[in-house]
Design a protein around this ligand. Structure first.
Ligand SMILES: C[S@@+](CC[C@H](N)C(=O)[O-])C[C@H]1O[C@@H](n2cnc3c(N)ncnc32)[C@H](O)[C@@H]1O
Length: 519
């Protein structure tokens, strides 16, 4: 019996596996990819189906198929599918080795957190399935641990595995955490750089979930691959490297112009260049996109690749003509039109389509803007995308960053809130929620905001919920209103509030609330 039967993995949604993300990347490279609301997606090793359930609710015209060896995990995922009444998500408790061609072609195949962690025969099968099941313009996403970073991180795994004795999952986790606590308490971080590095890594692992510790560091199988080695293996079965799920990781920009020039001199081979970038970044994890060998890819990007895309900000404005990305990397913006366009992007956290963006940008600038100027802006925006300053997509993002009088959260977020302290947002990420968050999320079904205040107030007065503010219990209705408003603001920022007109076919019947008997 696999450990996953007795100790379930965490349920997660991964934004980088989203069909819109994969499809947008494919289109940048010249492919004719399918839209998220008209595609077939296969997920290998789907775990609890945390990726597929939200997509099923939001894209009823698409079909989502998940396969996982663990019967128990599939049962949990199926319970979510059933609770939401989704008819377009099919989950199978099956070995990847048993998948047969009848499943048909898929526009997207996702295999996250599986490839490094399964035996060699299963790895071979994963690549073969991608070859057989990818539609002609399909994109496969496979993540895996990679060198050189994992070579160092794997040292900690070796130490933990030497300490942990065979036994059940909980015991192994207990022993693992025990050793981590011992090491972090006594490593001479102030005296040795190696010890300081190790302590930092162990602190990170200590903050991760039990499931992560177990399945990354304590299980038997965990094989890292060099990037070029992985691509070569894929090539042997007729698949080619499309790109990385993080487009910005494919260039040397974070290391500066000199590094870029020197790297060009070291190698002019695309794959080797990325391999060298892995040395610079000490990369330990990769999310590689593949497509069929016969697809004719375009690797000469032009601004017009952005036609039809929306853009959302990933930068911070520091001052006029200057932004920062990834927290601390400064980028100077010399063109006033680009600077104006960036200010507009900042006003649209959920994204703005390029044509509207350019129209608004042109209105901000005195005098006529020529088509050449707008084309140049598009080119700069593409460069900014490669610098991780903006996010791109093609399909409208379904969340709004503001709270209206009838706030709605998607059906799957309400379902997850009813079950656990981690919910999936409309950005397709997980956020941690406390009891008050959960009580509010359950009520975000389109009812008026006053009724939400009342429901939470009722929870408090009926002692179904305890909430404190600065250490003192909340007792007044005004306090409840202020707290709920604060929570709703956070939901708006993290992407838990649905934009008007969003399709969500999930239905959730939660128990009727008790009638209000409070004075
Ligand atoms: C680390 S979990 C990742 C789950 C999910 N993809 C995620 O990233 O959250 C690995 C998953 O692969 C599944 N798995 C392992 N070997 C498998 C096989 N031969 N066939 C199908 N699923 C398998 C496990 O049951 C487990 O759910």
């Amino acid at each position: 019996m696999s450990d996953y039967e007795s100790f379930l993995y965490d349920s997660h949604a991964f934004a980088e596996t989203h069909p819109d993300r994969l499809g947008t990347l494919g289109r940048l490279f010249g492919m004719e990819t399918a839209p998220p609301d008209g595609c077939r997606v296969l997920e290998l090793g789907c775990g609890l189906a945390g990726n597929l359930v939200p997509w099923g609710a939001l894209y009823p015209k698409s079909e989502f198929v998940g396969v996982d060896l663990s019967r128990r995990q599939i049962e949990v995922g199926q319970a979510d599918v059933d609770a939401l009444g989704l008819t377009n998500v099919r989950l199978f408790a099956s070995d990847i080795m048993q998948i047969t061609p009848e499943l048909g072609p898929f526009d997207y195949i996702v295999c996250h957190g599986v490839f490094s962690w399964v035996p060699e025969a299963v790895r071979e099968r994963i690549l073969a399935i991608c070859r057989v099941h990818l539609a002609p313009q399909g994109v496969a996403y496979i993540s895996y641990n990679t060198h050189p970073g994992w070579r160092i991180r794997g040292m900690i795994r070796d130490i933990l595995r030497r300490h942990v004795k065979p036994g059940d999952a909980k015991l192994k986790i207990h022993q693992g955490r025990e050793l981590i606590s011992f090491l972090t308490a006594h490593l001479p971080a102030g005296k040795s750089r190696a010890a300081a590095w190790m302590k930092e890594e162990l602190d990170l692992i200590q903050r991760m979930s039990d499931a992560y510790l177990l399945y990354e560091h304590l299980v038997d199988e965990n094989t890292p691959f060099w990037f070029t080695e992985f691509v070569e293996r894929a090539g042997k079965v007729g698949l080619q490297y499309l790109g990385d799920a993080d487009f910005s990781s494919m260039t040397a920009w974070p290391y500066g112009e000199q590094a870029t020039a020197q790297l060009d001199a070291l190698t002019n081979n695309l794959l080797e260049t990325e391999q060298y970038l892995d040395y610079l970044g000490m990369r330990f994890f990769r999310r590689t996109l593949l497509c069929r060998q016969e697809v004719d890819l375009n690797r000469h990007f032009e601004g017009r690749c952005l036609d039809g895309c929306w853009l959302a900000p990933r930068f911070a404005r520091v001052g006029p003509g200057e932004i920062r990305v990834r927290g601390d990397i400064p980028i100077d913006i010399s063109d006033p039109l680009v600077d104006a366009v960036l200010d507009i992007i900042l006003c649209y956290p959920a994204g703005i389509y390029l044509d509207r963006l350019l129209t608004l940008g042109a209105e901000q600038i005195e005098g006529e803007t020529t088509p050449e100027q707008l084309a140049a802006v598009q080119t700069t925006l593409l460069e900014l995308y490669a610098m991780d300053a903006v996010e791109l997509g093609r399909h409208r993002r379904p969340w709004i960053p503001v709270v209206d009088t009838r706030p709605r959260t998607p059906s799957f977020a309400r379902r997850y809130a009813s079950m656990s302290g981690s919910v999936t947002t409309l950005k397709h990420r997980n956020v941690t929620v406390d009891l008050l968050d959960r009580a509010i999320l359950l009520r975000l079904d389109g009812r008026h905001i006053d009724d939400i205040y009342t429901a939470i107030w009722r929870d408090l007065t009926h002692q179904r919920l305890e909430v404190s503010l600065k250490g003192a219990p909340v007792t007044g209705r005004d306090q409840v209103i202020a707290l709920v408003d604060e929570k709703l603001e956070r939901f708006a920022q993290v992407g838990l509030l649905m934009a008007p007109g969003t399709v969500d076919v999930g239905h959730l019947d939660l128990d009727e609330e008790e009638p209000d008997q409070s004075p």
